[in-house]
Write a protein that binds this ligand. Structure first.
Ligand SMILES: NC(=O)c1ccc[n+]([C@@H]2O[C@H](COP(=O)([O-])OP(=O)(O)OC[C@H]3O[C@@H](n4cnc5c(N)ncnc54)[C@H](O)[C@@H]3O)[C@@H](O)[C@H]2O)c1
Length: 385
């Protein structure tokens, strides 16, 4: 017998750790009677996580992140009985309304990505909220100053060593590299690639382009990190040279205004700009579009590419409107299944810990507990043997 299977089926079947966790949760029911509100990319790998939490007895109220919501995922989740407030949008106001709708349900636990949900909860606390998790670097940075207001356990998945090396270093690098090729269908060989930010994500990105025969330069605001890039064998030119030499510019800093309109005079004809950082603010796309030196714009809507034609004859290309390129454009696959299976199992275990009141207010915006890291690493290795 043959049946038509979907991408969600493929990903679901590939998440071996989450599937094992779901089997256990069906027995142990750690989330019985609890509602979990989620604000994380609605794409097939998230489905595997949300189904695991549902198996553990949770009621789920979900939204996504800016730009990355996949309609097929939303349809699937709704058919599974989850409440989803999300549309695929780049409109910050529309996205904010979805976040508010999640918070209005007063979830007992929040699973956040970028700090969107906890930022609202910090402004308008409600007594049911036990705590939750934050997925990424940018969310941790945003929530740190809100710790006094939040004063509840919030475990930061990003700060697990497993997330750092499995996802940020290995998977984001592979995924951004894959995205460059998927968007452009251009080669990497001999291309001059400048990577802004040499944190975990930047390290993987720089390595993947180098492994694909590009000449890679690294820019980082921190001289110690830049020295590391130098000793890792990357070029570390000064800003002007780093911009003007690049065929491809990739931002992965987690900070806004990395490549801005003031860099326009330096950009090489034909340069490709892409962002891997969480927020679409690292490349100031709006300022580029509205710059007086821009004479026209070609939009390859289906491909997620736009080309700005400058009055002096140069062209610059922007991928995915400056949104995280690995979750934008045609067929956005995101990070590898294995990396997300690991990271999302950390999510499930951290939420379980908080649901069982195993973490207190002193654990507000702190890394994943070491015993959870060890258990998840052992479980993955067991499956890999
Ligand atoms: N695309 C994805 O799938 C994905 C996955 C994980 C994380 N992220 C995001 O990627 C971004 C980077 O994450 P990370 O874990 O590598 O962060 P990180 O903090 O480890 O590294 C960021 C690096 O950027 C450098 N930096 C900061 N400001 C800079 C500036 N003005 N110019 C040059 N360098 C500067 C820092 O010194 C640091 O070395 C974050 O926004 C994170 O949320 C994206």
């Amino acid at each position: 017998m043959e049946r038509q299977a979907t991408r969600i089926d493929w990903i679901g079947g590939s998440c071996r750790l989450l599937n094992a966790t779901a089997t256990e949760f069906r027995e142990t029911q750690p989330f019985e009677g609890l509602t979990i509100g989620t604000g994380i990319h609605l794409e097939p790998k998230t489905v595997a996580l949300l189904m695991t939490l549902k198996a553990g007895g949770a009621r789920l109220v979900c939204t996504g992140n800016l730009n990355s919501t996949q309609p097929a995922t939303v349809d699937f989740l709704r058919a599974e009985g989850l409440t989803v407030f999300a549309t695929q949008t780049t409109d910050a106001e529309a996205h904010h309304q979805s976040l508010e709708a999640v918070i209005a349900e007063k979830p007992d636990l929040l699973l956040d990505n970028g700090g969107d949900l906890f930022a609202i909860a910090a402004e308008r606390p409600y007594p049911e909220l036990l705590g939750g998790t934050e997925e990424t670097t940018s969310g941790r940075t945003r929530l740190m100053p809100l710790r006094d207001k939040l004063s509840m356990p919030i475990l930061v998945i990003n700060d697990s060593p497993i997330k750092q090396f499995a996802e940020n270093r290995h998977a984001v690098g592979q995924s951004l590299f894959e995205s460059y090729m998927r968007f452009t269908n251009r080669s990497t060989n001999g291309k001059r690639v400048t990577v802004f930010g040499y944190g975990a994500c930047g390290k993987g990105t720089a390595a993947c382009f180098r492994n694909a025969y590009s000449q890679v330069s690294v820019v980082d605001i921190d001289p110690v990190t830049l020295l590391e890039a130098h000793l890792d064998g990357f070029l570390t030119p000064l800003w002007e040279q780093a911009i003007s030499s690049a065929d491809v510019l990739v931002t992965v800093t987690g900070h806004p205004d990395i490549v801005t309109a003031k860099d326009l005079p330096l950009l090489k004809d034909g340069v490709i700009l892409m962002n891997g950082g969480h927020f679409p603010t690292e490349i100031d796309v709006a300022a580029f579009r509205n710059h007086p030196d821009v004479a026209g714009r070609s939009v390859y809507a289906v491909d997620g590419i736009e080309t700005l034609h400058l009055k002096d004859g140069r062209a610059i290309h922007i991928l995915g409107g400056g949104h995280m390129a690995n979750l934008a454009g045609p067929r956005p696959l995101g990070n590898s299944v294995e990396s997300m299976d690991l990271g999302f199992t950390l999510q499930a275990r951290c939420l379980e810990r908080i649901a069982r009141r195993g973490a207190g207010a002193d654990a507000c915006v702190v890394p994943v507990p070491a015993d959870i890291d060890a258990a998840v690493a052992s479980a993955y290795l067991d499956l890999a043997r």
